[in-house]
Design a protein around this ligand. Structure first.
Ligand code: SF4
Length: 70
């Protein structure tokens, strides 16, 4: 499935647009990172890896996930 990758220092955020239900949980939790009208719409540099991980686990659809950079 189509997956977009957004690289940060410690982690890479993965987003599957076809799974996203546009619930906006990510936008409400981290508005400096997630801005649907901007490109790229996910700006990983505006939060810490911990903040990103905490938010990603709360995505209700599973569209967001992450992998640790080695
Ligand atoms: S929280 Fe998940 S489902 Fe909701 S808009 Fe963000 S990525 Fe999409």
């Amino acid at each position: 499935m189509d997956t977009h990758e957004y690289n940060a220092d410690e982690i890479t955020v993965l987003w599957k647009p076809k799974v996203c239900i546009r619930a906006g949980v990510c936008v409400k939790m981290l508005p400096k990172v997630y801005n649907p009208i901007d490109r790229p719409w996910i700006k990983t540099e505006n939060a810490t890896a911990e903040e990103l991980k905490d938010q990603i686990t709360k995505c209700p659809s599973g569209a967001l996930s992450y992998k640790l950079n080695s």
